[in-house]
Design a protein around this ligand. Structure first.
Ligand code: FAD
Length: 383
């Protein structure tokens, strides 16, 4: 199916595909095997302007939108869902500053994020606050000229490799979500530590760990978006980023499909390539159709966010959960088509399945996405 991208978008797709094939593909198995996030690879993306995509022009960015971020995300993910995640989390950490930052905060952080000098992370999740983000316990107690932060965030992507962190804490636990406030933390602040790296099933080319805040003093000028605005900022950030998780899932699915299709034309059983078997053809048809359906939802969701439309939660949640369910199904089917070889680490499809699984979990599990969609459907009914 054609999406009629403009010239700039076509060039971007081409550049991302080239980077994926020449720089990511040769190292993806090694990064997965060694459970290693390659900071130098992300820095290289910065040098090639891939981090400028999600930053406004006045701060050194390219003024692109979610659509272009999804295009890059899809291309990187076709090759490695882990490397693409480490890259795109920079947008997740940067967007709240782009949208809610003061002029000083934008001037201080955005040009360095655009150039790739600073990597970012976004920290919401805690041991007792996963799907229920309102339950966070990290506390920010006011004191002269700033706040004292105490608490632990878990499962944070770009964990200790980031330089700048958007962290959610409560300034008044009695106020519930209205007490939640966003702060910008920097690596090196006194009392700001990192936990052990998590040993994950997939996206092993990302670095995931706890952020531990032990009496960290954060100056008032590092509060983001105002007192009590943190929960709203987090939800708005996910509305902005979820199409990107969908694009990550889509890329992984496309990568696995390409591998399986190619294999099915070469693998001969019963005297003919397995693609000539109707059972395999049906699988190929279903996989191709599911991928295209996911792609349509994602690019529609991204365009809707870029249009400035106010209520985007339904379309981004639909795109995220549909695409991630497709990614898990398609990667499993790709292994099936490749038989025993697909199960071996000599081929990339078993890694693609492991990478696909996380897209059903993070940035809101797929159950939570279904709740979001249902709530919006019911709201529309009562209009
Ligand atoms: C590799 C990785 C990277 C991550 N990166 C980040 C990051 O950078 N920043 C960050 O802040 N967080 C991050 N997370 C956290 C992630 O967003 C959470 O894991 C996710 O939101 C789910 O929370 P939980 O793990 O506590 O699961 P829980 O909320 O405990 O959910 C457990 C199960 O119960 C279901 N469930 C919960 N509530 C409901 C309900 N109301 N209705 C139906 N089902 C429900 C869930 O869908 C899930 O199946 C990351 C997680 C992982 C694994």
């Amino acid at each position: 199916m054609k999406y009629f991208w403009n010239k700039k978008q076509e060039l971007l797709i081409e550049a991302a595909r080239r980077f994926a094939n020449t720089r990511i593909k040769p190292v993806r198995a090694e990064l997965d095997e060694q459970d290693k996030c390659s900071v130098s690879l992300i820095k290289e993306m910065g040098k090639l302007d891939f981090c400028r995509i999600f930053i406004p022009e006045e701060y050194g960015g390219l003024n692109f939108g979610v659509t272009e971020l999804c295009l890059v995300q899809e291309e990187f993910s076709r090759v490695c869902g882990g490397v693409s995640c480490a890259y795109s989390v920079n947008a997740l950490g940067a967007h709240p500053i782009v949208k809610w930052g003061t002029a000083e905060q934008k001037k201080k952080y955005l040009p360095k994020i655009a150039s790739g000098e600073y990597l970012t992370a976004f920290a919401l999740t805690e041991a007792e606050a996963g799907s229920d983000a309102s339950a966070i316990k990290t506390q920010a107690v006011p004191e002269k000229n700033g706040y004292r932060l105490n608490g632990t965030k878990i499962f944070i992507t770009n964990g200790s490799i980031a330089d700048v962190y958007v962290v959610l804490a409560t300034i008044n636990p009695k106020k519930g979500i209205r007490g939640i406030t966003a702060f910008i933390l920097e690596k090196g602040m006194e009392g700001f530590h990192f936990g052990e790296k998590e040993n994950k099933m997939g996206i092993r080319a990302t670095h995931t760990c706890d952020l531990i805040m032990d009496d960290v003093f954060v100056p008032s000028e590092n509060m983001l978006g105002g007192k009590g605005k943190g929960f709203f900022i987090a939800m708005d950030n996910f509305d902005h980023s979820r199409a990107g998780v969908g694009a990550q899932a889509l890329g992984i699915a496309q990568g696995a499909f390409d591998e399986a299709l190619n294999y099915s034309t070469k693998r001969v059983q019963f005297g003919q390539p397995i693609i000539s078997q109707q059972g395999i053809k049906f699988m190929i048809a279903d996989m191709a159709t599911q991928i295209e359906a996911a792609r349509s939802l994602i690019y529609n969701a991204a365009a809707t966010v870029d249009s400035g439309e106010k209520r985007v939660s339904k379309c981004v949640a639909m795109a995220k959960y549909f695409a991630s369910d497709v990614a898990v199904k398609v990667t499993l089917d790709a292994i099936q088509i490749m038989g025993g070889y697909g199960y071996m680490k000599d081929y990339p499809v078993e890694k693609m399945l492991r990478d696909a699984k996380i897209t059903q979990i993070y940035e809101g599990t797929n159950q939570i996405q279904r709740i979001v969609v249902a709530q919006e459907v019911i709201r529309e009914l009562s209009k």
